[in-house]
Design a protein around this ligand. Structure first.
Ligand code: SF4
Ligand code: SF4
Ligand code: SF4
Length: 193
C-alpha cells in the first residue's frame, strides 16, 4: 500500500534528482511524503502543477511551494566550457543521471538530452567551467513525461551501480580479511613445527 502510494507520487515528481527537497532524489522524497515525513510542497522543479497533482492524489489541501527549498524557474541544462575543463571527473561523480561524458585528464561534455538541469555538477567543478543555460524550447507535457521517464531510469541505474560497487568493495574486504587469516594460520602452523 505504502509502496503503491510512493510509486504514484514518484510518477508525478519531475525526476530532476536535484535534492532541493532535502532528500537524495525524487523517490526518497516520494517515500517520505507517503510516510507522512515530508510535506507536499518541497519540490521547486515540480512547480505548482506538481504540488496540485500530489494534493489531489492524497486528497489534501494545496499549499504553495515552500521557498526554503528554492524557487520555480524555467528548465535549464548544464554546458561545459570544454577548453577550460581539466578532466578531473568530479562532475561525473556528482551527476545523478550519468549525463556527462569524459575520462580522467580529458575534456568532458554534457549530453544535453539527458541533463535534468539539477545543478549538482556546478559546485564540485574546481575551475568553474560548467554553466547553466536556459533550455530555449517550451516542452509539451508528453516530451516532459518522456524526459522524466528517461531521467528516472538513468537515476535508478546509477543507484544500482553504486550499490553494486559498494557490495564489491565489501566483498573484496572480506577476501583481504580471509587472506590475512590464512597467513596467520600458516604462521601458527610453522611455529608449531
Ligand atoms: S526534482 Fe529535486 S526537489 Fe523535486 S523531488 Fe526530485 S530531487 Fe526533490
Ligand atoms: S549534467 Fe549537471 S546539471 Fe545536468 S543532470 Fe548532470 S549534474 Fe545535473
Ligand atoms: S568538474 Fe569541471 S574540470 Fe572537472 S571534469 Fe568536470 S567540467 Fe571538467
Amino acid at each position: 500500500m505504502l509502496d503503491d502510494i510512493t510509486e504514484k507520487i514518484n510518477s508525478i515528481l519531475p525526476q530532476t534528482q536535484c535534492g532541493k527537497c532535502d532528500f537524495s532524489g525524487c523517490k526518497p522524497y516520494a517515500k517520505a511524503i507517503a510516510e507522512g515525513k515530508a510535506d507536499i510542497n518541497q519540490c521547486p522543479p515540480g512547480g505548482k502543477t506538481g504540488i496540485l497533482k500530489i494534493a489531489q492524489l492524497l486528497n489534501v489541501e494545496y499549499k504553495p511551494l515552500n521557498e526554503r527549498h528554492g524557487v520555480i524557474k524555467p528548465r535549464e541544462i548544464a554546458i561545459i566550457e570544454e577548453n577550460e575543463c581539466i578532466g578531473c571527473t568530479l562532475c561525473i561523480l556528482a551527476c545523478p543521471v550519468d549525463a556527462i561524458l569524459g575520462a580522467s585528464k580529458s575534456m568532458h561534455t554534457v549530453i544535453s538530452d539527458e541533463c535534468t538541469g539539477c545543478e549538482l555538477c556546478i559546485e564540485p567543478c574546481p575551475v568553474d567551467c560548467i554553466k547553466m543555460e536556459p533550455l530555449n524550447v517550451e516542452d509539451s507535457e508528453s516530451i516532459e513525461n518522456k524526459r522524466a521517464s528517461l531521467a528516472r531510469s538513468r537515476y535508478e541505474f546509477k543507484q544500482q551501480r553504486i550499490l553494486r560497487e559498494r557490495n564489491n568493495t565489501k566483498a573484496n574486504r572480506v577476501t583481504t580479511a580471509e587472506k590475512k587469516q590464512a597467513i596467520a594460520n600458516a604462521m601458527a602452523r610453522l611455529k608449531k613445527k
